[in-house]
Design a protein around this ligand. Structure first.
Ligand SMILES: [Zn+2]
Length: 174
């Protein structure tokens, strides 16, 4: 069975913070505010994976009231979510991310983001897409208030095999 999940995240710009997107630290005069490293792309991707498994969201698994996640590396968070997908019997098909950012220019960093995120999720970079668009100056994001990201993920969930499969054939479960 192929399952699909959707993720969305948004963080405000803040001075004096590093800008980390897709696990890449990008030279910038501002970063994103947040409890963790505020990597909006990793957060959207993680939420898409959790969504595909109907397993809550990153807020429920990694609460921002927990000091353990203060300035946390979000690639590590993505790695934990991917491990959780596998523990639930899922195999990640692909993840497609759309970043909405007026600044900075992200194109030069996209190959490194895909590679970082693929490694964190334990899948080939060819299964991870990161695309970026500006807002043409429209709205809060267009006025450079922050960065948002959307993501979609597919997860293949294998039919139960082995003992569970045999058990299904017993008269009691027929
Ligand atoms: Zn976030």
């Amino acid at each position: 069975m192929i399952r699909t999940g959707i993720g969305f995240d948004i963080h405000r710009f803040a001075r004096g913070r590093p800008l980390v997107l897709g696990g890449v630290r990008i030279e910038s005069d501002r970063g994103l505010a947040g409890h963790s490293d505020a990597d909006v792309i990793c957060h959207a991707a993680a939420d898409a994976l959790l969504g595909a498994m109907a397993d809550g969201d990153i807020g429920s698994h990694f609460p921002d009231t927990d000091p353990a996640w203060k300035n946390a590396d979000s690639l590590g968070l993505l790695r934990r979510v991917a491990a959780r997908v596998r523990a639930l019997g899922g195999s990640i098909g692909n993840v497609d991310c759309m970043v909405l950012a007026e600044v900075p220019r992200l194109a030069p960093h996209i190959p490194a983001m895909r590679s970082n995120m693929a490694r964190a999720m334990g899948i080939a970079p060819g299964r991870v897409s990161v695309k970026a668009t500006t807002l043409e100056g429209l709205g809060a994001l267009g006025r450079r208030a922050g960065i948002a990201a959307q993501a979609v993920a597919t997860v293949e969930v294998r039919a139960r095999s082995g003992a569970a499969g045999k058990r299904r054939k017993t008269p009691a479960l027929a």
